[in-house]
Ligand binder design. Structure first.
Ligand code: SAM
Length: 269
């Protein structure tokens, strides 16, 4: 298979990636056959998987608008993914064009595509960085210069922490970010959960590991809620994705108890 122009040389086209599988689920075009197959297999196991991805994007949009309304003027979006409709800078800069957004992702395709679409936007940029190495990640963010750590920042960890294993200590990553940001900063987290549909969670997790060598870690509510230790959770706390401050009937499309994702937003005093 020919390497498309958007795929950097470092990318293994025979190995599915979470960023490209998610892009495939959302109907995007920056994915390979192996990613589409993996997304298809996920859909066969759990047919409402694409709706879950859309529900997660809808949470991201609501969380960004909430943070802008709460006074946040700079965003650090970690595990930002392959740019798709309703990117953080589009949502935030539509409300206030002065808002700055720094995207960070481990996936070279995600970063290359983000850089391409942000060309000419002086208030948004993308860097390649690994959340599992928070000191290095923060050094790269400081070096980039777009985020001022003396001012409150909206940190987004949307659908990324479940890609970290327990051995990666995801709660510690969140704590390191808490230590780095100024009072008045916020964190928004969404996370796949084993709480509501344990059998579907097991099936998807086992399939991703065996077929695609990708670790997806569905966690219970308590573990996800504990990631907010030290942050003041804003209402309504950690809840199913569609129940986090829904703005319309469309946001509430899922039956209660049917989501595979939980979400919450916390503030640093
Ligand atoms: N945040 C976007 C959203 O919710 O629409 C994209 C979520 S996508 C499911 C997860 C993203 O996390 C992927 O782009 C993947 O490359 C990225 N990711 C996975 N592990 C990471 C790590 N250790 N550091 C930074 N990004 C990571």
């Amino acid at each position: 298979m020919d390497r498309p122009a958007w795929a950097p040389e470092s990318v293994d086209m025979q190995q599915a990636s979470p960023a490209r599988m998610y892009d495939a689920l959302l109907g995007g075009s920056h994915n390979f056959e192996i990613d589409r197959k993996a997304a298809e297999m996920g859909k066969q196991l759990v047919p409402d998987l694409p709706r879950l991805a859309l529900s997660n994007r809808a949470f991201l949009r609501r969380a960004v608008r909430f943070l802008v309304d709460s006074g946040i003027r700079q965003f650090l979006d970690i595990g930002s993914g392959i740019p798709t409709a309703g990117n953080v800078h589009e949502i935030a800069q539509r409300i206030d064009p002065e808002i700055t957004v720094l995207y960070a992702d481990i996936d070279p395709v995600a970063v290359a595509h983000a850089k391409a679409i942000l060309h000419g936007n002086e208030r948004a940029a993308a860097i390649e960085a690994d959340l599992r190495k928070p000191a290095e990640l923060l050094a790269k963010v400081r070096e980039n210069g777009l985020i001022d750590f003396e001012q409150p920042v909206g940190v987004l960890l949307v659908a990324v922490l479940h890609l970290l294993s327990d051995a990666d200590r995801p709660a510690d990553m969140v704590a390191e970010l808490h230590a780095a940001v100024a009072p008045g900063s916020y964190i928004a987290i969404s996370h796949l959960t084993s709480e509501l549909r344990p059998e579907d969670a097991d099936r998807l997790g086992a399939n991703a590991a065996s077929q695609n060598r990708i670790g997806i870690h569905f966690r219970p509510l308590d573990t996800i809620a504990a990631m907010f230790d030290g942050w003041d959770l804003v209402e309504p706390g950690v809840v199913e994705l569609p129940l986090w401050r829904p703005e319309s009937e469309r946001d509430r499309h899922e039956e209660p108890g049917r989501s595979l994702g939980l979400a919450g937003v916390g503030r640093k005093d």
